[in-house]
Design a protein around this ligand. Structure first.
Ligand code: ZN
Length: 213
């Protein structure tokens, strides 16, 4: 993770640190396991053969983990008056999600920026927020907006921007099979929309390399 400004973890926490609560998904792990076994049969496999022993349970367990990411995390803010008005950019966050159209993985590289107004958000919380919204059936554009929405809510300001570069297996291993395709999305709010200098600074830090990877 990289940042242009580092929060002081010893600074006093703000009193109004909001608790981020996302309703826990209702997952019937036993039924998911049964259905995976049925899927294997429908695909012409024998779920009882040696190599597939335990596969339905493992897959069901993974779904359970994937759909229950850290739902009780608390957002920690630190009072920091001397960084008022300075751009903070947190990048290098990589999360995995599932495309809801094909149930195939997508890797999302997330960069978030905001302008502190009297308090800083703990840096690790950016990653937790990204992980929470990745842990569901998603599309990249909605993920980008949801992360920006939650950041704005937690920080208590609309001056947030989130840039995401996605690699979608539904483009790489099916359909057009474009291995090198990357999808970029941006959600800019508040001053990141109205102030072109701030917007340029954020984009330069979010995408420092112009070469396609
Ligand atoms: Zn897809």
């Amino acid at each position: 993770m990289t940042s242009t400004s580092i929060a002081d973890p010893t600074a006093p926490e703000c009193s109004a640190a909001p608790t981020l609560s996302v309703p826990a998904p209702c997952i019937d792990t036993g039924r998911v396991s049964d259905l995976i076994a049925q899927l294997l049969v429908a695909l012409g496999e024998n779920p009882a053969r040696e190599g597939l022993s335990g596969t339905p349970e493992r897959v069901a367990s993974w779904w359970n983990t994937f759909l229950s990411p850290d739902s009780a995390a608390t957002a920690t803010c630190f009072a920091e008056s001397h960084v008022n008005g300075e751009l903070v950019v947190v990048g290098g966050m990589s999360v995995w999600s599932l495309c809801e159209h094909h149930l195939l993985p997508m890797n999302l590289q997330v960069t978030a920026g905001y302008v502190p107004a009297g308090q800083l958000l703990g840096l690790s919380k950016f990653g937790r927020i990204a992980q929470r919204h990745a842990g569901r059936l998603q599309v990249q554009e909605r993920f980008t907006r949801q992360v920006a929405d939650e950041l704005a809510s937690v920080i208590g300001s609309d001056d947030v921007a989130v840039a995401v570069r996605g690699t979608h297996l539904c483009m790489s291993m099916r359909g057009v099979r474009m291995e090198a395709a990357r999808t970029r999305s941006l959600c800019a709010r508040g001053r990141f929309q109205s102030d072109p200098v701030l917007s340029q600074q954020f984009l330069a830090l979010a995408h420092p390399h112009t070469h396609p990877e």
